[in-house]
Design a protein around this ligand. Structure first.
Ligand code: ATP
Ligand code: MG
Length: 443
């Protein structure tokens, strides 16, 4: 459209610019919340570091084919939830719905099998799924996850990975945690069980809802996942994986449980726990927390020994988990664990051009020492400045007027009680250090 026709068509109503809103299911994280997000992420870096994990940063989009192959074309995620588009060169690209596929792709691409095994990685960042938005379910959401790739499939690795998530949650003081575990068998025993399950489901088909009826064909294991009230009674009568595990899987699962007990990790065995993604095998687990309503799963994970090979890499063992960071944060907020957003340490109330020069220097020195300083850009009456300092949650106001500048003695006012005292600049820094102002921010 040429410029003239664009303006020519513009009506009066259109002259007012459109007011934009974030896309449905996608949200801003505002300053009142970001301190908690940062606290959670810093805790993840610290705790995962103590377990010998290193961070990997992955792209937000990948070839669609990577997810189709890794996550599985039959899954809800790939069949209806991915944001997929055609790039300008006609290749198909998707926003990542999860990150395990990318970690495996990176492991292969960077020949990480040549590093000491296993390779222990963690990541954090946004994921994208076109689901129905509700509390704890968004279209852009955040995950913190970890993967152990390579080496062997010793049950001790499964237990250590689970122990690490629980340690992280404990450190955050997440409330009402419940850890469910299950074994969903391997390539040998699972397909046999799936057939047994399918046959049993066929017999009770009429008692199931439409979704479950469809899943008898596409993915019978997912029927066990059903939350539909009317199906619960009949599901309870279905054959269970535990009775169909091969000897190796049964032994592996028993040992994972023993090792969890050794570590003092409390779990509940849940035979109906299956994972939504195709690539899982043997150990699967899910952790729920309180205050989240029906979206109460904060972490899902499990073993996926065949995945790297499926993506064209060498045979590689793998296990990992993904934490839903949005839900984790919701749960912390519900239980009142959210830290107050930081205010200011010092608000500089200056008056007069000469005082402004001193205020600029004072702000520079105080900031260099690590304090959160508000330096108003224009002159204010002291009364107004103090009101503003209060609104910003400042602990102190540093009053700089003609007198202070000429005497070199600055007035520090404590806003909580209105008391004030004079200090030279070096005395002031010493006083602030001794009273540990901004102590948490500065290291
Ligand atoms: P759910 O059963 O709640 O749909 P899921 O099995 O699809 O979860 P995973 O793919 O295992 O979830 O992802 C791991 C974690 O990521 C979940 O336990 C949850 O905390 C979080 N998560 C998944 N989808 C969303 C979403 N749309 N919005 C917010 N968090 C999500
Ligand atoms: Mg889901």
């Amino acid at each position: 459209m040429s410029e003239s026709s664009a303006t020519g068509q513009q009506s009066k109503a259109e002259a007012k610019p459109r007011k934009f809103q974030a896309i449905k299911g996608v949200r801003d994280l505002l300053p009142a919340e970001t301190p908690l997000w940062n606290h959670v992420e810093e805790t993840a870096h610290a705790v995962f570091g103590t377990f010998g994990f290193s961070e990997i940063r992955l792209p937000i989009f990948e070839p669609t084919e990577l997810f189709a192959r890794a996550v599985g074309g039959e899954t809800d995620i790939v069949s209806k939830e991915m944001y997929t588009f055609e790039d300008r060169d006609e290749s198909m690209i998707s926003l990542r719905p999860e990150a395990t596929a990318s970690v495996c792709r990176a492991y292969i691409e960077h020949n990480m099998q040549q590093l000491p095994q296993p390779v222990k990685l963690y990541y954090m960042g946004p994921m994208f799924r076109r689901e129905r938005p509700q509390k704890g379910r968004y279209r852009q959401f955040y995950q913190i996850g970890a993967e152990v790739l390579g080496g062997n499939d010793a049950p001790g690795i499964d237990a250590e990975v689970i122990d690490m998530v629980m340690t992280f949650f404990d450190k955050l003081e997440l409330q009402g945690l419940e850890l469910d575990i299950n074994s969903i068998g391997c390539r040998e025993c699972r397909p046999k069980y799936v057939e047994v399950l399918r046959a049993a489901l066929m017999k009770v088909k009429v008692q199931l809802g439409a979704d479950s009826q469809r899943r008898i064909e596409t993915n019978p294991l997912r029927v066990l996942d059903s939350k539909l009230e009317s199906e619960q009674e009949v599901i309870a009568t279905l054959p269970r994986m535990a009775a169909h595990l091969c000897a190796e899987c049964a032994e592996h699962f028993a040992e994972v449980k023993r090792q969890l007990e050794l570590r003092g990790v409390i779990y509940r065995e849940n035979w109906r726990l299956v994972r939504g993604l195709d690539y899982y095998m043997r150990t699967t687990f899910e952790i729920t927390a309180q205050g989240l309503g029906s979206q109460n799963a904060v972490c899902g994970g499990g073993r996926y020994d065949g995945l790297v090979e499926l993506l064209g890499g060498p045979p590689t063992k793998g296990i990992g988990f993904a934490i839903g960071e949005d839900r984790l944060i919701l749960s912390l907020q519900e239980s009142g664990k959210a830290p107050a957003p930081p205010g200011r340490d010092i608000y500089i109330a200056w008056m007069g051009e000469k005082a402004f020069a001193t205020a600029i220097r004072a702000a520079k020195d105080l900031r260099a020492a690590g304090y959160r300083v508000e330096l108003p850009a224009t002159e204010q009456k002291f009364g107004k400045a103090l009101g503003q300092a209060d609104k910003l949650g400042s602990r102190y106001a540093l009053v700089l007027g003609e007198d202070e500048v000429s005497s070199g003695e600055w007035t520090l006012k404590t806003l909580a009680d209105g008391s004030q005292k004079k200090y030279t600049e070096s005395e002031l820094l010493e006083y602030l250090r001794d009273t540990n102002v901004g102590g948490q921010q500065r290291t």
